[in-house]
Write a protein that binds this ligand. Structure first.
Ligand code: MTE
Ligand code: MO
Length: 349
């Protein structure tokens, strides 16, 4: 994206960027110069004081890839592909599909729930801090950009399966969750890890309006699950930093579990001595369990999980059989001796 050098005489100072009107005037002015929203998306005069309304629509991005933050670190991109994690039997999903068919209730909770990206304009993913709390040698708070730059990034192509029975295949960029956990220095008595997501109703229109959800979003894993080789922290996809609707600036990817076990826009990691609560389980315990492993033998109480709609390109979808642990049996079967291997009735696990 082009960097536009502005004449300091008419560059708005941060302090002047306090009202929606000021922002609007600036946009109209830019439009008159033919700079439009591309210029608004560059760093120089983006308001960082969050004073504008998240639901104003004034900052609406132009398209699903217009939401990759300009200030996301790009060192190490595109990262080398890890040959151990490819999906030979399916094509990689078109990146426009993966970034325009999403679930992210902080941004939208009514209407077309999958069309998330147009509602992400006010959300600022950088700078970002990540807190480490609970059963650890000492509490830590990291600047995420520094953390990302200190990690070896790799690319992994994973199957992704939502509990709603749609699926995609995605090349993620990031690092193993185990590497992050090592840096957290958890005490041996920690049995679980809980992840807490962003809580900023002024930047998140869904969060601002959906009071029936127990915000912020939270998820959790057993320690042995979190340390599994497959558990991945994604900071990018398709060779670039994550778009906001896909979880910028960081999210978990646990390809053997249903998508909702992978929290997006994480702000805190907390090590605990008991099984943590999880967002969807709190809301609908009769439908969503703690483990939530992908399993074609265990139907959701309201639909079958035996097959899935594979989304490859816009308007192209194919019904394919769902595999146990989403095809990751050999990595995770030892963790779950009780996972049903033959068709069963609905069991919430
Ligand atoms: N913070 C947060 N994380 C979240 C969600 C959410 O609403 N909020 N939705 C979950 C669900 S249900 C799915 S299927 C995946 C979707 O990820 P994607 O949109 O990048 O494909 O994110 C998961 N993580
Ligand atoms: Mo999902």
């Amino acid at each position: 994206m082009a960097n536009i050098i502005l004449n300091p005489d008419w560059q708005l100072k941060e302090s002047a960027c306090t009202t929606q009107a000021a922002y609007k005037n600036r946009r109209i002015f830019l439009k008159s110069l033919g700079l439009g929203t591309m210029a608004l998306a560059t760093g120089g005069f983006r308001c960082s004081n969050n004073a504008h309304s998240a639901s104003s629509g004034e900052l609406d991005p132009d398209g699903p890839l217009d939401t990759i933050p300009d200030d996301a670190p790009r060192d190490g991109y595109p990262a080398a592909r890890n040959p151990d994690f490819t999906v030979p039997e399916r094509p990689v999903t078109d990146r426009l599909v993966s970034s325009s068919y999403n679930n992210f209730y902080e941004f939208i909770n009514q209407g077309n729930l999958k069309r998330v990206w147009p509602h992400t304009g006010a959300f600022q993913a950088f700078p970002w801090t990540l807190e480490v709390r609970g059963q650890v040698e000492r509490k830590q708070t990291w600047d995420l950009s520094d953390l990302i730059r200190s990690m070896d990034l790799e690319e992994r192509i994973y199957r992704f399966r939502c509990v709603e029975a749609w699926s995609i295949t995605v090349p993620w960029t990031g690092f193993p969750l185990s590497k992050l956990i090592e840096r957290c220095k958890p005490l041996t008595r920690a049995t679980h890890v809980q992840f807490t997501c962003i809580n900023r109703p002024n930047q998140l229109p869904g969060q601002a309006t959906a009071h029936w959800y127990p915000w912020p979003y939270f998820e959790g894993l057993r320690m042995d699950e979190a340390m599994n080789e497959l558990a991945f922290v994604a900071v990018g996809m398709y060779g670039e930093p994550l778009p906001k609707q896909n979880g910028s600036p960081l999210r978990l990817v646990l390809p053997w579990k249903y998508g909702y076990k992978g929290p997006k826009a994480i702000v805190r990691i907390e090590f605990t001595r008991k099984q943590p609560k999880t967002f969807w389980n709190e809301l609908q315990p009769q439908e969503y369990g703690f483990l939530s492993n992908v399993n074609p033998n265990v139907p959701h109480p309201r639909w079958s999980q035996a097959s899935e709609r594979f989304l490859s390109r816009e308007n192209v979808e194919e019904r394919i059989p769902t595999q146990i642990f989403n095809g990751y049996d050999r990595w995770v079967s030892d963790l779950y001796p009780d996972e049903p291997r033959t068709p069963a009735g609905p069991i919430i696990r």
